[in-house]
Write a protein that binds this ligand. Structure first.
Ligand SMILES: C[S@@+](CC[C@H](N)C(=O)[O-])C[C@H]1O[C@@H](n2cnc3c(N)ncnc32)[C@H](O)[C@@H]1O
Length: 435
């Protein structure tokens, strides 16, 4: 890209934030806009975009108090840039004068020189009134915890004693966790490799292949990443493979497999097993294929709707079925803060219907005595324990199976990790045995 077309981290962040407000996913917007940025500036760009989206509901409220009248829709980029400025003054260690002047200059990169005075005045007003503005935030739960009202109400209804912990955990920066490829290294061997590379890390409790990095880093800086020594995966997701009780010579269905984190983990454990990796999205299935190839594993990858087996199933039943279902993601908001802006209340019912269809229509594909594991990265009971309770009522041949080690707190049906538990992602697990 020609140097003149390059953005600065603050103008780039404003463009990403504007797109997320308009409904695009943070990841898609981030990848797209980062092409217009010099590589050295990407860490700050990342910090600004994720930070502003994480604290959007607080920053937006502050900005409304600073602006005498709302900006026009065509100036949504300037509105976003103002949030970038306030976020730096509130939360980052950048000296105030630098944060201020760089943010003001960023309006030029957006070709809106007229806005530099406005940004300058608002940010200086923020500095002057910081104490009052911050105090105002604590008067409403939406601004204090930076979550939309409907989401807060949902957590409150499901977890009346824990919702504040959940909201606080949702606003933390997520740690980077790795899964060591057990075919290449043990957990302790890989920890030694990291130590030699001067990368601080520790083992994750109850995760035989899990490693927690003290600081996030570029995957390519990690020893053996390209050769398949490790994958990036939260410890909560790593617990799924044990629940499947894998044995040699099994036929396994991973019904919602993309991008392939659990598919690859299953095959790392028993590479000779026959595994069908299904996903409804052809595009996302490419990521499964890439991951398999990097880890030198193979599976039968199929783009299909798992809840419609007549279109893809050959009639041969499975020993193990994993349904890592599409869900609200209400357990992984710390990793995907845009969920707070993009999810809508009616999504929950729609997702619950898809989950029910997956459970009901895949159950007949399980062999007698076979095991089905149902997981989500949600913290909502409707997608989790209530979903499984209703399924067990509809399906008398299914019974809950008790795993050797409980992966999380026991709930009425299955097991629930809530955001912040052991510093892991929020996750739900249920094991169902065919009687
Ligand atoms: C939570 S993600 C799966 C993550 C994956 N198991 C992993 O560990 O990397 C859910 C996936 O389900 C897929 N999906 C949604 N509905 C589906 C359906 N009816 N059939 C198959 N895949 C579906 C989505 O495309 C998405 O990739």
């Amino acid at each position: 890209m020609a140097k003149s077309n390059l953005l600065c981290p603050r103008s780039a962040a404003a463009l990403v934030i504007q797109r997320v407000i308009q409904g695009q996913s943070l990841n898609t917007a981030f990848v797209d806009i980062s092409q217009r940025l010099d590589e050295t500036q990407r860490p700050l760009f990342h910090q600004l975009t994720y930070g502003v989206i994480r604290w959007f509901f607080a920053l937006e409220s502050i900005s409304q108090q600073l602006l005498s009248k709302s900006l026009k829709t065509k100036d949504a980029d300037i509105q976003a840039l103002l949030l970038v400025g306030i976020y730096q003054l509130r939360s980052l260690r950048i000296p105030d004068h630098a944060a201020l002047s760089e943010t003001v200059n960023a309006s030029n990169r957006l070709n809106k020189q007229w806005a530099s005075g406005l940004i300058n005045a608002c940010l200086r007003n923020y500095q002057r009134q910081q104490e009052t503005l911050e105090k105002n935030l604590t008067e409403q739960t939406v601004t204090e915890y930076a979550h939309p009202a409907w989401l807060i109400e949902k957590y409150q209804a499901d977890w009346p004693a824990l919702w504040q912990n959940i909201l606080t955990a949702n606003n933390q920066q997520p740690p980077m966790m790795l899964r060591v490829n057990s075919r290449e290294y043990s957990q302790s061997e890989y920890l030694e490799l990291l130590e030699k590379a001067a990368i601080s890390a520790t083992a994750i409790e109850n995760c035989p292949q899990g490693i927690l990095l003290e600081q996030a880093c570029d995957v390519f800086a990690l020893p053996g990443f390209v050769e398949g020594a490790i994958s990036v995966q939260d410890g909560a997701a790593q617990q799924v493979v044990d629940l499947l009780d894998l044995q040699p010579n099994q036929r396994i269905l991973d019904a919602c497999s993309a991008p392939g984190g659990k598919t690859c983990h299953i095959l790392e454990r028993v590479p000779t097993n026959e595994l069908i990796a299904l996903d409804i999205s052809q595009e996302r299935l490419k990521q499964v294929e890439e991951n398999l190839s990097r880890l030198n594993l193979s599976a039968n990858c199929l783009a299909a709707d798992a809840s419609n087996p007549q279109n893809w199933w050959n009639g041969e039943q499975f020993d193990r079925i994993l349904i890592d279902a599409p869900c609200t993601g209400s357990g992984v908001i710390r990793r995907h803060p845009d969920i707070k802006l993009l999810r809508k209340p009616h999504d929950i019912d729609q997702l619950a219907q898809q989950q029910q269809a997956l459970l009901d229509n895949l159950w007949p594909l399980l062999k007698p005595d076979g095991l089905m594991v149902y997981t989500t990265c949600s913290a909502f009971k409707q997608e989790n324990e209530l979903q499984i309770e209703a399924f067990l009522q509809r399906q008398p041949e299914a019974k809950e199976h008790v795993p050797v080690r409980a992966p999380a707190r026991r709930v009425s049906f299955g097991y629930q990790l809530l955001p912040g538990d052991n510093d892991l992602d929020g996750f739900y697990y249920a094991c169902l045995r065919h009687r």
